[in-house]
Design a protein around this ligand. Structure first.
Ligand code: NAP
Length: 347
């Protein structure tokens, strides 16, 4: 059987996207066998490493090597430099765009504009960037629907954990009444490390070193990342139309090691918890440190682990736990979305 060649454009080639590139290289044979498809990259855009497009598939192994060596992507043979992400999208002739630029907490840009440009050109979109779904979910969904295009974002909240797939595909008609959980790995890691006697600063440095912390870690410790994720969850699973500034927010910067030790002595733990509820028909979302008793499902969620608990009408309480996620899970979330689109396109 002949292979479908699927051109993709990578907007952002940082931690998540580079791990995706590795997975695409590692798994190409099984993707060809199971999906009868060859995924080829025809354009890449970054901030400091330049942006390129190519008529021929870009060698992702060489692209990874160039970035590792601090070289410009335009050093890759057969590629032409382009000015920016928009030009990369336009020149890519891609079927699917993978958007992994950093989160912009103010308004979700320029990722929202990247995605709109892709939809205008008939390109399906996969993103790990929470900003677009937190600030423009409804708008982007309508644009995707109008163009009969896919807009998938499984990696935005709990890396590769299939939250959105679960609710959309496996729970038809089920209404999500409320959501709560621990959804920020960096703060959970810092609080767990401080309980063990480590300093706040050392724990944050470790979270940054392994690529889990946001590029700007104040987004994690001040609760912004969790607030943005709460918006994504509310907008996607509870049909809300809120933005992160509508989420009441308190971070972990004022929590002292002493408070964590006192809680532990009482048999509880302090963790940053996100809650989304419907009150009088209105969606209320908040992020704040909470004292979690030992009999709570969230009590065992330590270090980088995350957990999300959905209260539903027909399926009661559903809990999802992600133990010690790393970049592979984030990249897998992107790969899973990519393969879902390929499955829809060529089934
Ligand atoms: N890392 C995780 O574990 C994780 C988990 C879930 C979700 N996410 C989300 O996924 C996204 C990517 O995360 P990451 O860890 O891969 O971030 P990252 O390592 O900081 O990579 C971001 C990439 O975007 C590029 N970039 C920045 N501005 C750009 C622009 N205007 N046009 C084109 N490229 C631009 C950067 O270029 P340079 O390479 O030149 O700097 C870099 O390649 C973020 O939105 C993050 O919140 C990450």
């Amino acid at each position: 059987m002949s292979l479908h060649r699927i051109p993709v454009v990578l907007i952002g080639f940082g931690n998540a996207s580079r791990r995706l590139a590795e997975l695409l290289l590692e798994r190409s044979a099984i993707i060809e066998e199971k999906y009868h498809s060859e995924i080829v990259c025809t354009a890449i855009s970054t901030s400091k490493h330049g942006s390129i497009a190519s008529d021929e598939p870009i060698d992702l192994g060489k692209a990874l090597e160039a970035v590792r060596q601090g070289k410009k992507l335009s050093s890759l043979p057969g590629t032409v430099p382009v000015n920016d992400a928009f030009e990369a999208i336009e020149q890519s002739r891609a079927e699917i765009m993978i958007e992994t630029t950093p989160l912009n907490i103010k308004n979700g840009e320029p990722a929202i504009s990247h995605i709109k440009r892709a939809f205008d050109l008939g390109i399906h979109v996969v993103t790990a960037n929470k900003g677009p779904v937190a600030f423009a979910a409804r708008d982007l969904r309508l644009k995707a629907e109008a163009g009969k295009l896919c807009f998938l974002f499984e990696s935005t909240v709990m890396d590769g954990m299939p939250i959105f797939n679960l609710v959309e595909r496996a729970l038809p008609l089920v209404e999500v009444k409320s959501i709560h959980g621990i959804i920020n790995s960096t703060t959970n890691y810092i609080l767990t490390a401080m309980e063990k006697g480590n300093s706040y600063e050392a724990a944050l440095t470790e979270a940054q070193a392994c690529g889990v912390a946001e590029a700007d870690p104040s987004l994690d410790v001040e609760g912004w990342d969790a607030a943005v994720k709460a918006s994504v969850l509310a907008n996607s699973l509870m049909n809300a139309d809120i933005s992160p500034d509508m989420v009441s927010r308190e971070g972990i910067t004022s929590i002292k090691a002493e408070a964590l030790r006192v809680a532990l002595k009482k048999g509880s733990k302090i963790r940053l918890v996100a809650r989304i509820e419907k009150r009088d028909g209105k969606i209320i979302a908040r992020v704040a440190p909470e004292e979690i008793p030992a009999d709570d499902l969230l009590y065992v969620i330590d270090a980088y682990s995350n957990a999300l608990i959905l209260e539903t009408d027909l399926m009661g309480t559903i809990a999802m736990v992600e133990q010690h996620p790393n970049l592979t899970q984030t990249a897998y979330g992107l790969l899973g979305d990519l393969l879902s689109i390929i499955w829809v396109l060529f089934r």
